[in-house]
Design a protein around this ligand. Structure first.
Ligand code: FES
Length: 276
């Protein structure tokens, strides 16, 4: 895991404040947690700060710590631990996160990284000349079945080729990122097979014939009234399966209480008397 440090002081803003809408959201979010547990809101608040300013600044970390009554170091630990928090300024129009884990790598992630290097910057976490774009390589984003893919802000763009990623980066750079449809970039529905369905194309005739007719809506009460079957229950007379008995713990307590009522002293060091 790479070392994650805050950005240099030269790029850190002096102050941070949530805007009016986000401040109201933060207040409501903190109130979701019980009194004394407000610190649980640290991740959502840091994420909101990142969504507002594009990255998590030192001032934002301190401001969130003040809001939650936490030491600055505790919030710093959270911000530097989770790689979802950007600790340096990222592209104002797109920060391209290229998945480089095995399935995406096998399906062409290296070509996507080459595109990022040539169109954005040779090194990750580096802004392009106009400050609109940046990129990084990330671990699996959970869309392996549609590999290779990238994530930009909260959207994933899947089944990518180098050419399609170039087009997407150009559109985001031109401020038209909202026009790009997220999801598969080829003619497939979600993660359905490429080229159309290969199975489950027709109903299974044998199953259709055998299947009992489903109860109609009006039969609902009748179906509910069918008692549960005892067929799978073990046939045994063991004491532990007797539903009228209490749990062993309860039974012990009851036995001790009975002994006291009868004037006996319960000595735990001696074995219990055997019933006659
Ligand atoms: S390996 Fe790339 S999304 Fe899972």
């Amino acid at each position: 895991m790479s070392v994650r440090r805050l950005a240099e002081d030269t790029v850190q803003p002096a102050t941070f404040a949530f805007n009016r809408e986000n401040a109201a959201w933060a207040k409501a979010t903190i109130q979701k947690y019980p009194k004394g547990r407000e610190q649980s809101a640290v991740i959502p608040l840091l994420m909101r700060a990142q969504e507002q300013d594009g990255w998590v600044t030192k001032a934002a970390i301190e401001s969130v710590a003040d809001m939650l009554g936490m030491p600055y170091i505790r919030v710093l630990e959270v911000a530097t631990f989770y790689t979802q928090f950007q600790l340096k300024p990222v592209g104002s129009r797109a920060h391209v996160q290229v998945c480089g884990t095995t399935p995406c790598m096998l399906r062409g992630a290296e070509d996507l990284i080459k595109v990022c290097k040539s169109k954005i910057a040779a090194e990750p976490f580096t802004l392009n000349e106009s400050g609109t774009l940046s990129w990084e390589e990330v671990e699996c984003q959970g869309a392996c079945v549609n590999a290779p893919m990238v994530m930009i802000f909260k959207d994933t763009f899947e089944d990518l080729t180098a050419e399609r990623l170039e087009e997407i980066i150009d559109l985001f750079d031109a401020g038209k990122g909202a026009d790009v449809e997220p999801g598969p970039q080829i003619d497939r529905i979600y993660s359905a097979p490429v080229g159309g369905l290969t199975t489950l194309q027709t109903p299974d005739e044998a199953e259709t014939k055998k299947a009992p007719a489903r109860a109609s809506k009006g039969d609902g009460d009748k179906a509910v009234s069918v008692p549960p079957s005892n067929a799978a229950k073990p046939k045994t007379s063991a004491e532990v399966t007797n539903p009228t008995l209490k749990t062993p713990a309860t039974a012990k307590k009851a036995s001790a209480r009975n002994a006291r009522i009868e004037g006996e002293t319960v000595d735990k060091s001696k074995p219990a008397k055997k019933p006659r």
